[in-house]
Design a protein around this ligand. Structure first.
Ligand SMILES: O=C(O)CCC(=O)C(=O)O
Ligand SMILES: [Fe+2]
Length: 511
């Protein structure tokens, strides 16, 4: 596949793509403003001419007769209509801002396609669910405990409501319809709606339908989707618009009374995965920080600050092992990045992706790569000289990596590195701050690791006897805000033969 086709026109999965879109909108607005100015100038000119005429009011017949009886007025009248007005009429017809109109059309041909729109709806949904954020908070710019000074518009809320409705999530759909109706509306809504259409047209009916479907679904689990939708349609067909309004306001009053409930939006207990992302795992105690000055001779000179994250399986965080300069260097090397799929493959996906992020492999030697590999060797004691490539990843807003194992599975076999043996250990460098979300979690052992810029996380995926340790299951929670950069390296089994000899698993030791 031509790398140019990877993800080429899709903006939604990375901050880099969104920056391009931000530029696109700015350029569009620049042209829009010039176009509006040109129009304004024309309006000003037309008014100026009218003002300059000073023909007088001439309210009644007698006054008008007096006016045309004056030879100067009569002459002027004839000459104007013969000579001037045709020219002004021509002026009104003159095409305006043609260059801007063309530019705007060209810019819009690069606007996000439906696929991008769907992806960003899915991203919002992922964030909403993973962190159980109430629609009322999101709409007002409150994400977890952080208040942003941005709000969603009525149209934003409705697009989200419609998406939930279409994906069969009637609980969240009703929350979002509710937010749309509760919205105070935008200034100049009347003028804007005259162009865009009134966003609230038909919303009452759609909201009522959602509430009815939701109610029916909750009350009788045996009913099929078709039956539920049919019953809802029958009910609504018998209702007048007034009935619908009353029905909705009754529902709103009722759910206002449950507003205290809003924080626990959907009343199902969180999965281990969700608990991890929400930071709900029990706090660890007996873990320690220490300096590692023994792995290699180098560390006797420059000891590393290590924080034990988990004893068994062993997980450790190294503090401040990547400099700001190196992080910048890495981002330069990371272009162009792909998600490994072509746009049309992405668009035809029916299953959720395992990973939504941009990834690049550093295959070519560079001083940066050699330096990092040396450091990894120093930190972990692993020999990485047989597999020098580094993986760079950028996770944009809403991006995630679903729970997976790094040891040999179908997925890893595909990568053709199996001759080096299994991925005994994994190490990642957090190369950016992630303001919200994007934790690395190990749901089975209840470990959540918050990315900290410049730090590095190392863990074992296999037992000492090199068999897979399923407790190494891990995932990346959806990024809520920020751009998450990482460098990943898998540490393979065979090159470690003499550095980390296999030993029997603790439970199997016979003596
Ligand atoms: O970036 C992370 O936190 C983990 C990355 C990971 O699991 C992987 O690349 O296999
Ligand atoms: Fe992984």
């Amino acid at each position: 596949v031509d790398p140019a086709n990877y993800f080429k026109d899709y903006y939604s999965s990375s901050v880099l793509g969104l920056l391009n879109l931000f530029e696109l909108e700015r350029e569009f607005m620049d042209n829009f403003i010039v176009y509006a100015d040109v129009l304004q100038e024309k309006v000003d000119n037309l008014k100026m001419y009218i003002d300059s005429l000073d023909r007088g009011m001439h309210e009644n017949h007698k006054e008008r007769e007096g006016f045309v009886s004056n030879p100067l007025n009569a002459f002027g009248l004839i000459r104007r209509l013969h000579q001037e007005w045709p020219k002004w009429q021509n002026y009104t017809k003159k095409p305006l801002g043609v260059a801007q109109l063309t530019a705007m059309e060209e810019l819009l041909s690069k606007a996000p396609e439906p696929f991008d729109m769907t992806e960003s709806l899915k991203s919002m949904d992922r964030i909403e669910r993973a962190y159980d954020l109430p629609a009322s908070h999101i709409a007002r710019g409150l994400l977890q405990n952080k208040q942003y000074d941005t709000q969603l518009s009525v149209r934003d809320c409705l697009a989200l409501a419609q998406h939930k409705y279409e994906s069969g999530d009637y609980i969240r759909a009703s929350m979002w319809y509710r937010e749309a109706l509760r919205h105070s509306g935008e200034p100049n809504a009347e003028i804007i709606n005259s162009v865009l259409g009134n966003p609230l047209d038909g919303v009452d009916l759609q909201f009522a339908r959602t509430i009815v479907i939701r109610g029916l679904g909750l009350s009788d689990h045996s009913m099929s989707r078709e039956t539920i939708h049919e019953l809802a349609s029958n009910f609504l067909n018998q209702s007048s618009p007034r009935d619908v309004k009353i029905f909705i306001s009754h529902y709103l009053r009722q759910s206002d009374e449950q507003i205290g409930n809003e924080l626990g939006t959907v009343q199902t207990p969180p999965t281990a995965h969700e608990s991890g992302c929400r930071g709900l795992f029990p706090k660890r105690t007996n873990l320690v920080c220490r300096y590692n000055s023994t792995t290699t001779p180098f560390l006797r000179l420059a000891p590393l600050k290590m924080e034990e994250v988990n004893h068994d399986p062993y997980i450790v965080m190294y503090h401040q092992v990547l400099s700001d300069r190196e992080m910048e260097e890495m981002k330069q090397l990371a272009r162009p990045m792909t998600n490994g799929m072509s746009g049309s493959e992405m668009a035809n996906l029916t299953e959720p992706l395992e990973i939504v992020a941009r990834v690049a492999w550093l295959i070519e030697a560079s001083p940066f790569r050699e330096r990092l590999n040396l450091r990894i060797g120093d930190m972990t004691g692993f020999d990485v000289s047989d597999f020098k490539a580094l993986q760079l990843a950028n996770f944009g807003v809403g991006s995630y990596f679903k729970a997976h194992y790094d040891y040999r599975t179908e997925r890893v076999n595909d990568l053709g590195v199996t001759e080096l043996g299994d991925r005994t250990g994994s190490i990642i460098f957090y190369a950016s701050e992630v303001p919200q979300g994007g934790a690395t979690i190990f749901p089975d052992i209840q470990v959540t690791v918050t990315p900290q810029k410049g730090n590095s996380l190392f863990w074992f995926n296999t037992f000492d006897d090199s068999t897979p340790d399923p407790r190494s299951l891990h995932a990346i929670c959806p990024v809520i805000a920020g751009s998450r950069w990482t460098i990943t390296k898998w540490l393979h089994q065979w090159p470690q033969m003499f550095l980390k000899p296999c030993s029997p698993r603790a439970g199997e030791r016979t003596s």
